[in-house]
Write a protein that binds this ligand. Structure first.
Ligand code: NDP
Length: 253
């Protein structure tokens, strides 16, 4: 088996995992954050859980990328910068800015997240810096710039929406929950997840690879059921929760 075939097989496997995850998470809420509950075995502090789970997306990605023969070419570099801009924040900045990250995260969640990021980081870093040849004309291709634009819009939505939740939590003395308002929160319960899905859709379009597509599909499969679970939780918890608000997709769902 060549490495290109291996990367295709892993990427296909990740799409299969996404399909299973999507179905499963509508039945079993991922047990962290507001859905944390007993019965999921040993746990670790949530801030460290984020650092451990996401670290392959920074470190392994950078290491694998650096082995590729196209590592100094402009298109792979653009994709690298976008990826690392997101994951440096998610892994090393976001966890320490979280407010009241009191509830611990089960090790099983951390292990699954870590394993996913090892496979995901390997296939995507290897694809962009070694396996996929981006001709110089890709720099003029609208797909690259539409993808970059979508990534930036998604990232703005994601970081803004996470910031609204942080500010909401900072105003509470009990580290509890309140109804978020303003901007996209008028439309959906989880604009942070919407932004994340748009980011990775954009990255996948810019990279135009099966590996990139598998990550975009997985992100949606992981976050859509969680957005639904959050949405139902908000409706159960707050009598005055705005009835017109949807879970993830404005005006639709
Ligand atoms: P949540 O929206 O569940 O929580 C984000 C933070 O805000 C947590 O600290 C949470 O506290 C707090 N919070 C949430 N809602 C409220 C509220 N109504 N009032 C006060 N505080 C609140 O997001 P996740 O923890 O699931 O995810 C965090 C980030 O990671 C997101 O940007 C998400 O897009 C990204 N992510 C990406 C994934 C992917 O597949 N690419 C997978 C999972 C996450 P608490 O923890 O106590 O609930």
């Amino acid at each position: 088996m060549t490495e290109a075939e291996l990367v295709r097989a892993i990427s296909g496997g990740l799409i299969a995992v996404a399909a299973i995850t999507f179905g499963l998470l509508f039945v079993v809420d991922a047990p962290y954050g507001r859905h944390a509950r007993a019965g999921w075995g040993p746990t670790m502090p949530t801030r460290w859980a984020w650092v451990v789970m996401e670290s392959p997306a920074v470190l392994l990605f950078a290491f694998v990328y650096a082995q590729g023969q196209y590592r100094a070419h402009p298109v792979p570099l653009i994709l690298l910068i976008l990826w690392q801009a997101h994951y440096l924040n998610r892994t090393f900045v976001y966890p320490w800015r979280m407010r009241g990250a009191g509830r611990p995260t089960p090790l099983v969640v951390v292990a699954l997240g870590f394993a996913f990021q090892v496979a995901n980081s390997y296939v995507n870093a290897r694809t962009i810096s070694e396996l996929q040849v981006y001709a110089p004309s890709w720099l003029q291709d609208p797909r690259l710039w539409v993808g970059v634009g979508l990534f930036m819009v998604g990232r703005r939505i994601n970081t803004w929406a996470d910031g609204v939740l942080r500010a909401l939590r900072a105003r509470r003395s009990d580290a509890g929950y309140a109804i978020p308002h303003g901007g996209l929160y008028a439309w959906v319960s989880c604009p942070n997840y919407l932004g994340e899905c748009i980011e990775w859709l954009g990255w996948a379009i810019a990279a135009w690879s099966l590996a990139g597509a598998s990550f975009a599909v997985f992100t949606f499969a992981n976050l859509a059921p969680r957005a639904w679970a959050h949405h139902q939780w908000y409706r159960r918890t707050f009598e005055d929760y705005p009835p017109e608000r949807r879970a993830l997709i404005p005006g639709l769902w």
